[in-house]
Design a protein around this ligand. Structure first.
Ligand code: PLP
Length: 399
């Protein structure tokens, strides 16, 4: 038996995507290097153009505003470093948040070593950023604002439209990390009023190592990778045609199923909500309304999240302790601590994240086994007064 509930880390490749990628390589149309001017090259160019048009259509963008990259992290790095390097004069201040993915966090940390200044706006206990706090962080030399659309650890949806309006008013480019949003909810670059937006294929049933960066026409950007003229001279290198075609197919499927997946996740999530109802001292870290419903992050007090997830894994159930990128790293999640959780509460957190194929039976089995395991693990660690430790207990929010 295996039950995969780690879909915010990555999703399985959809069979339709696999087939579309196979057709590119092994189908009757010989599809080769899109830069070649012969028939096999032109076929590759056409296949890539179709995928680009599909992505652009999904985002409300023009096809020439979509650049393919080697994944979400690369798109984010290109957006942050490229926009800062291309910024006019001494616009070397960047505004971001305390709950960004490591791709954003570490790109900014590196930029700081190069003399860039960063302000990381805090979040409330639900993980939301206040657009007024973003406004207050502006300085005369602010050259970029970067905020994620949906948080990967708790699923919180940020008020990106309001933040976009503030950036427009200030005339400062706005980058949105939409890696966890794209495919799950409608993402429209004009509604958000962003200038740059990153997404990634493997979060929506596409292949790993393929992403895209939306670059609004007229946005100044310097490349990270120099070489050939691919992707409007902004990302040199022969394109990953198979991966790009797979990305296009994954987008088609995700858009087709978006509403039905959302409704399904809202319904199935109820099964996960049995955990705080049927066990003492469990706190849901994901907000019930302001999140994408495929993800529930919960803290099991008096339980170590890593021990719990390892025990679940030994039974074939795969979940995550915070972001997959931080798994194996014993520091508490920077997202949960920014939301005000104590280190202890953050260490007890587990993220369950569903995809289009998750079933109620899988969740029922997961919840039943999690309950048994938590009760067993707590035999050693549970204090006498465990039942008194409710949702607002200070041990969640203090050391
Ligand atoms: C919010 C967010 N941004 C960026 C990334 C990085 O994307 P990729 O794995 O395609 O590099 C992830 C992946 O977990 C993510 O969840």
């Amino acid at each position: 038996m295996s039950i995969y509930l780690d879909s915010n880390a990555t999703t399985p490749l959809r069979p339709e995507v696999w087939e579309a990628m196979g057709r590119v390589e092994f189908g009757p149309d010989m599809i080769r290097n899109p830069s070649s001017t012969h028939k096999a090259g032109l076929a590759a160019k056409r296949a890539m153009r179709a995928a680009r048009e599909r992505l652009a259509g999904a985002l409300g963008a023009a096809p020439e505003e979509v650049l393919f990259t080697g994944g979400g992290s690369e798109a984010i790095n290109l957006a942050l470093k490229g926009a800062v390097w291309a910024a006019e004069g001494a616009r070397t201040h960047v505004i971001s948040t305390q709950v960004e993915h490591h791709a954003g966090v570490h790109a900014l940390e590196w930029l700081e070593t190069q003399g860039v200044e960063a302000t990381l706006v805090p979040v409330d206990p639900t993980g939301r950023v206040d657009p007024e706090a973003v406004r207050a962080a502006f300085r005369p030399n602010t050259g970029l604002v970067s905020v994620m659309y949906v948080n990967n650890e708790v699923g919180t949806i940020q008020p990106v439209e309001e933040i976009g309006a503030v950036c427009r008013e200030k005339g400062v480019p706005f980058h949105v990390d939409a890696v966890q949003a794209f495919g799950k909810l409608p993402v429209d670059v004009n509604r958000v009023q962003c200038d740059l937006l990153s997404c990634s294929a493997h979060k929506l049933g596409g292949p790993k190592g393929v992403g895209a960066l939306y670059v609004r026409k007229g946005t100044a950007l310097a490349p990270l990778v120099h070489g050939g003229p691919q992707e409007h001279h902004l990302r040199a290198g022969t394109e990953n045609v198979q991966g790009i075609v797979g990305f296009g197919e994954a987008v088609r499927l995700a858009l087709e199923e978006q509403e039905q997946n959302w409704a399904k996740w809202v319904e199935l999530r109820e099964e996960l909500y049995r955990l705080p109802k049927e066990l003492d001292a469990v706190r849901c870290n994901s907000h019930p309304d302001l999140t994408v419903p495929n993800c529930v992050n919960a803290t099991f007090m008096y339980c170590d999240g890593m021990t719990l997830s390892t025990n679940l894994s030994s039974k074939g159930i795969y979940v995550s302790t915070g972001s997959a990128c931080t798994a194996g790293d014993m520091n508490p999640s920077h997202v949960l601590t920014a939301m005000g959780l104590s280190d202890r509460a953050a260490h007890g957190a587990i993220r369950f994240s569903m995809n289009w194929a998750t079933t109620r039976e899988e969740l029922t089995q997961t919840v039943d086994l999690t309950k048994q395991l938590v009760e067993r693990l707590r035999l050693i660690t549970m204090p006498e007064d465990i039942g008194k430790c409710g949702d607002d207990c200070p041990c969640y929010v203090t050391g």
